[in-house]
Design a protein around this ligand. Structure first.
Ligand SMILES: C[S@@+](CC[C@H](N)C(=O)[O-])C[C@H]1O[C@@H](n2cnc3c(N)ncnc32)[C@H](O)[C@@H]1O
Length: 286
C-alpha cells in the first residue's frame, strides 16, 4: 500500500525523534494514539515502531496504553480481530479527530498518517485538529503527521491526485450514462479531499501556537510505481467513501473501468506522481 510505503519511510525519522526530542515523563505508563487508524495493518506497524523507540529511550519498565481512533463507522471489530500479539493495552476511541477525544494531558505520542486530507475546509479543520490535540498531548509530548501534499509550483489540477480523480470521475460518468448509476447520485457525490502545500500546513501550526515544528520533510514516493498499482492503492483508501454513496454492487465496475483507463494515461499518471510528495512533520507540545 502507498500508505505503508510512507510509514516505512518515516519509520526511522519517528524513531529518531522519540529518542532525541521527546521530553515527557517516562517513568510508569505511556499513552499513544493513532488518529484515523482504519482497520490495519499499517497502524500496528506504526504503533510497534513507536513502542520500540520508547523502549530504547528508557530502561524503565513501562506500561503502554494504545488508543486506536477512527470514525465510529470504522470496522473496529476487524481491527481488533487482527491485533497482533502485543505488549500493550489496546482500546478503540471512536469519533472525529476534529474534536476532543481524550482528557487533558493524557497523550504522550500521537500519530496520524494519510488522514488529514479528508478536509472540507482545510485551515478550519486543521485548526480544530490541532486545538484538540493541544489540550490532549502532554507538555513535551510529540505528534507525527504524514499528509499527502502538493509540490510547490503545481496547481491542484496538475497533481497525480487530480489525474486519478479524473479517471474515477470518467468511470462514474460512463456508468451513469449507461444507467448503471443514477445521474442524481453522481451530482450528489462530493469527495472532500485537499492536498496542502508544505507552507500551508506550517502556517496553521504556527498560528495555533501550541506546537513547535521539530522537523518538516517532503518525501517523494516511489516514482517507478505503475499506474495500475496506483489505482489499487486508491481503491484501498477510497472504496469506503464510494460504497457509502453508490452502494457496494457497483464498486467492481467503477474501479474496474478506472483500471482499464489507467493504462491509457499511465505515462501521465506515473510522471505526476513524482510531483506528489508526502509531508512529514514532527511536532512537539510546548
Ligand atoms: C486513507 S485511510 C489511512 C489509514 C491509516 N492511517 C494508514 O496509514 O493506513 C484514512 C483514515 O482516516 C480516517 N479519518 C478521516 N477523517 C477522520 C476524522 N475526522 N476522524 C477520525 N478518522 C478520520 C478514515 O476513516 C480512514 O480510516
Amino acid at each position: 500500500m502507498m500508505q505503508k510505503d510512507s510509514a516505512n519511510l518515516v519509520k526511522e525519522m519517528i524513531h529518531e525523534a522519540i529518542i532525541d526530542k521527546l521530553d515527557a515523563d517516562l517513568s510508569s505508563s505511556v499513552s499513544l494514539v493513532d488518529l484515523g487508524c482504519s482497520v490495519g495493518p499499517n497502524t500496528f506497524l506504526a504503533v510497534q515502531n513507536m513502542i520500540e523507540a520508547l523502549q530504547t529511550k528508557t530502561s524503565a519498565s513501562l506500561e503502554f496504553e494504545v488508543f486506536f481512533n477512527d470514525h465510529a463507522a470504522n470496522d473496529f471489530n476487524k481491527l481488533f480481530a487482527s491485533l497482533p500479539q502485543r505488549k500493550y493495552h489496546a482500546a478503540a476511541v471512536p469519533g472525529s479527530f476534529h474534536g476532543r477525544l481524550f482528557s487533558r494531558g493524557r497523550i504522550t505520542l500521537a500519530y496520524s498518517c494519510f488522514t488529514l486530507h479528508y478536509l472540507s475546509k482545510f485551515k478550519r479543520d486543521l485548526r480544530a485538529f490541532l486545538s484538540a490535540r493541544g489540550e490532549e498531548i502532554v507538555k513535551g509530548g510529540l505528534m507525527f503527521l504524514i499528509i499527502p501534499g502538493l509540490a510547490e509550483g503545481l496547481t491542484h489540477s496538475q497533481s497525480s491526485y487530480a489525474v486519478i480523480f479524473r479517471l474515477l470521475e470518467s468511470s462514474v460518468l460512463e456508468l451513469a450514462n449507461e444507467g448503471v448509476i443514477g445521474k442524481g447520485e453522481v451530482d450528489g457525490f462530493n469527495l472532500a479531499f485537499y492536498f496542502p502545500r508544505k507552507g500551508e500546513v506550517r502556517e496553521v501550526i504556527e498560528e495555533d501556537g501550541c506546537f513547535s515544528v521539530e522537523r518538516a520533510e517532503m518525501i517523494n514516493p516511489r516514482s517507478n510505481i505503475r499506474a495500475r498499482v496506483i489505482v489499487g492503492h486508491l481503491r484501498a483508501g477510497m472504496e469506503g467513501s464510494f460504497t457509502e454513496h453508490f452502494g457496494e454492487s457497483v464498486m467492481e465496475k467503477v474501479f474496474g473501468r478506472a483500471l482499464d483507463k489507467a493504462d491509457e494515461v499511465s505515462d501521465l499518471l506515473e510522471a505526476s506522481l513524482r510531483d506528489s510528495p508526502q509531508l512529514f512533520y514532527v511536532l512537539k507540545r510546548k
